[in-house]
Ligand binder design. Structure first.
Ligand code: FAD
Ligand code: UDP
Length: 366
């Protein structure tokens, strides 16, 4: 006799949303996580009475009214709008690339002047961009590429912009308005009571076992439930049969400072080659905190190797082809459903992970 309907491997957003949907269909869930906490990468720790985003800055944003309505059933969101500042050797520029940036870079004032400048700098690049460098120059011109994109991107991804796919940079808006909102989405905010409370509300009613690695005893643990939902790395699930997928990793250095306001903005990007970190996060600004101290995190890019956290999938052609081989195996697993950024090997934002969990849950449960 199985004790649970679902054994959910991973207590990140995918696992938590799947559990919520399963419970709403009267199903019982046991959620496992190999880490010592819930929430996966959206987990926050409290330091100096400040919610610290342990695995990097997380700003919720979506264009989907359905997803926005869904998350608002489980949390209230504040009016935070991400407006990071780029610091290039002490010169400051607004992000994303907009009229403020163009004015700061070239002194242009009107959208027509900015367009003419970019047109001139785009030079010979015409047609479909073949890599990130071509894409960036054709979108914003050579000056912005060289000061705000090239070195930041090469630090972040550990390879040349000529070897990186164009889509990485297509995430960033380019606007001919004076608008520093980093996202184009209709809805944006940070949960007022934090991400941990959001996750707790999703999983309320499920059993959770932390510090439990499913792959260390998959036979024994699978016996506990009728079906398994796996949100860990797909290549690891199949014992790296075709080889390991590539990821980029990160290293975070967090420090509490005895001052109220360190940098005046939640996210500052360091876009030069010599600064070893890519950004500094000042966590209190996500929720307009007024605490007497502040907590900052320096984010360093790192090469991924087994044992390190796999943060960003490297969705180049080689890795996509490898993923396709694993996805074919996954499709043949009768009793296991795969989902989330590691099992689907996708550079997913939170809203996309929720959308994926809702759609997979609907197929499974309806
Ligand atoms: P995860 O959160 O990784 O959860 C998977 C869980 O499975 C983990 O807790 C892991 O420990 C567990 N697990 C894995 N293998 C096993 C095993 N064998 N046994 C038991 N447990 C296992 N998105 C946004 O929308 N806005 C942002 O601003 C944003 N910023 C980001 C910044 C950074 C630095 C990163 C890396 C991501 C960011 N994201 C952002 C993306 C967001 O983090 C993800 O979309 C989301 O957290 C993915 O949820 P998930 O459940 O798929 O994966
Ligand atoms: N990027 C850049 N300069 C910046 C910020 C971003 O060149 O100041 C590029 C970089 O290649 C990065 C991509 O834009 O990988 C996407 O940026 P985003 O902030 O969305 O990345 P994430 O938050 O996922 O790290």
């Amino acid at each position: 006799m199985k004790q649970y309907d679902y054994l959910i491997v991973g207590c990140g957003l995918f696992g938590a949303v799947f559990a919520r949907q399963a419970m709403e269909h009267g199903k019982s869930c046991l959620i496992l996580d190999k880490r010592g906490h819930r929430g996966g990468n959206v987990f926050c720790e409290n330091r100096e009475n400040i919610d610290v985003h342990t695995y990097g800055a997380h700003i919720f944003h979506t264009s989907s009214p359905q997803i926005w309505e869904y998350v608002n059933r489980f949390a209230s969101f504040n009016r935070f709008t991400n407006s990071p500042v780029a610091n290039y050797k002490g010169e400051l520029y607004n992000l994303p690339f907009n009229m403020n940036t163009f004015h700061q870079m070239w002194g242009v004032v009107t959208p027509q002047e900015a367009q003419a400048k970019i047109e001139e700098q785009r030079g010979q690049i015409t047609g479909k961009p073949r890599n990130l460098e071509e894409q960036a120059i054709s979108l914003v011109g050579r000056d912005i590429y060289e000061k705000l994109i090239r070195d930041y991107t090469e630090k972040q991804w550990g390879r040349s912009c000529r070897e990186l796919p164009a889509f990485i940079i297509q995430r960033l808006p380019v606007r001919y308005t004076y608008d520093n909102n980093y996202f184009n989405d209709l809805f944006q905010g940070i949960p007022v009571n934090g991400y941990n409370a959001l996750i707790d509300n999703f999983i309320d009613g499920s059993e959770v076992w932390l510090n439990t690695d499913y792959l260390a005893d998959r036979e024994g643990l699978s016996k506990l439930a009728r079906r398994v939902v796996f949100t860990g790395p797909i290549d690891k699930y199949f014992d790296y049969r075709f080889g390991a997928l590539s990821y980029r990793s990160l290293r975070f250095e967090t420090e509490a400072l005895d001052m109220e306001n360190y940098q005046g903005v939640a996210v500052m990007n360091f876009t030069d080659r010599d600064t070893p970190y890519t950004r500094i996060i000042e966590h209190k600004h996500f929720v307009f905190g007024k605490q007497p101290k502040t907590v900052i995190t320096r984010e360093y890019p790192a090469e991924w190797e087994p044992g390190k956290e796999p943060y960003y999938p490297v969705n180049d052609e080689k890795n996509q082809a490898l993923y396709a081989q694993y996805a074919a195996l996954a499709a043949m697993e009768q009793n296991v459903l795969f989902g989330g950024r590691l099992a689907e090997y996708k550079y997913y934002d939170m809203d996309k992970v929720i959308a994926s969990a809702l759609s997979k849950a609907q197929k499974e449960l309806d």
